[in-house]
Design a protein around this ligand. Sequence first.
Ligand SMILES: Cc1ncc(C[n+]2csc(CCOP(=O)(O)OP(=O)(O)O)c2C)c(N)n1
Length: 378
Amino acid sequence: MSEHGSDPTVAPRSEDDPRLLLPPDEPVHLLDPDGTEHPDADHPLDLRDEQLRELYRMMVVTRKVDREAINLQRQGQLGVYASCMGQEAAQVGSAYALEDDDWIFPSYRELGAALVREVDAAGLLHLYRGTWLSDHDPYAHNFGLMSIPIGTQALHATGFGMGARFDDNPIVAMTYFGDGGTSEGDPHEAMTFAGVQKAPVIFFVQNNQYAISVPLDKQTAAPTLAHKAIGYGMPGYRVDGNDVLATYAVTRRAVERARAGEGPAFIEALTYRMEAHTTSDDPTRYRTKEELDEAAKTDPIARMKNLLIARGLYDDDLEREIDEQAQAVATYVRDGIYDADHGDPMELFEHVYVDPTGHFDEQAAQLRAELEGSEGGA
Ligand SMILES: Cc1ncc(C[n+]2csc(CCOP(=O)(O)OP(=O)(O)O)c2C)c(N)n1
C-alpha cells in the first residue's frame, strides 16, 4: 500500500496535491525486534551484506563509546555527558544515508552520527570536558561542532544548504534536533526559510519521547511532529527510529529528493532515550521502570543482530572482531580525555566580541586576578 494513499475511498492525488506532504498513518518499519523483515516497495533497500554488518558494527561501537563517556563523567573526567543509548539506529541509519560531501549539523547527542563520519570521538568529547570547544575539524568530516543551545544548528544547516544551492554545489545538509527542539523558534525559522528557498536540508528529529523531564504530550498538540512539516511546505516522514534499515531508507529517499532540487524534508524518527537526559539528570523522577523495560524490548542493536543471524551473516568471529574494535575505540577515547590539559581559562574571553561590550573586560580582569591569586596561594 502506498504510504500516503492508505484510504482507497479518497480520489488519487496529483503530484502537487499538498496532502502528499502529510506523514503516513504508520511510521515506516522494515525490521521487527526478532529480526523479521518487512520489505516495502516505497522504501527499497540497496544495502549489500557488508553494509548490513557495517551498520551493526557502528551501532555497537557507538554504544560502547557512549558507556565509556558516562564512566568518564562519573570519574570526574567529563563535566557532563548526554547519552545516545537507544538512539543508535536513528543516528547511524540516517548519517549512513548521506554521501561523503554532504554535511551534518548536530545537537549535543549525536555521537553515533559523528562516528559514522569518522570524527575523532575523543576530540568531540573535549567539549564535555570543557577542554576546548570540540577538538575536531568540521571541514575534515563535514560535521559541524555540537550545539548546546537548542535548535541553533537548524539555522546553520539551512544557511549552509542555501549557500550550496546558490553555488550549484549538489550537497545536502542534514541537521538533528529533538522533540523539544520543535518547540523552539530557531528550527521553526530555519524550516520556514528552507521551505521557501527549497534548500537541500533534511530536518531529522529524534523523537526520544522527552525533553529532559517534559514528555511529548506536553510538548505539542499536533497529531504527530511530522504533521508540522506541511506548514513549512515540505514533506513530513515518520519512521521507526529503532529500525536502522527503515531509518536509512527513509533518509536516503529524502536526501535524493533534496539533491534533485525538490527541497527540504522533515523526518520524525520514533525512538527512546534509554539513559538519563544527561549525567546531571535523575530520570526516575519522571518515568517508571515499567516504561523503561517496555522500551528495552525494541532495542535497535539486538534487532539488527537478529537480522544478521537470520540472514546467516553473523558468527563468533564477527562478534569478537566487533567487540575488539569497540573496545579499542573506547580505550582511545579514555586515553585522549583522561587528565587532558585544560589550557588557559582566559581563552573563555577570546573570539567573543570584536569590540568588547558591557562588563566584558571587567570580568576578564576579575578572572585573571582570581587565577593569579590561586596560583600565588598554591
Ligand atoms: C535555547 C535553549 N533553551 C534551553 C536549553 C536547556 N535544555 C537543554 S536540553 C533541553 C531539552 C531538549 O530536549 P529535546 O529537544 O527533545 O532533545 P533531547 O535532549 O531529548 O535530545 C533543554 C530545554 C538549551 N540548551 N538551549
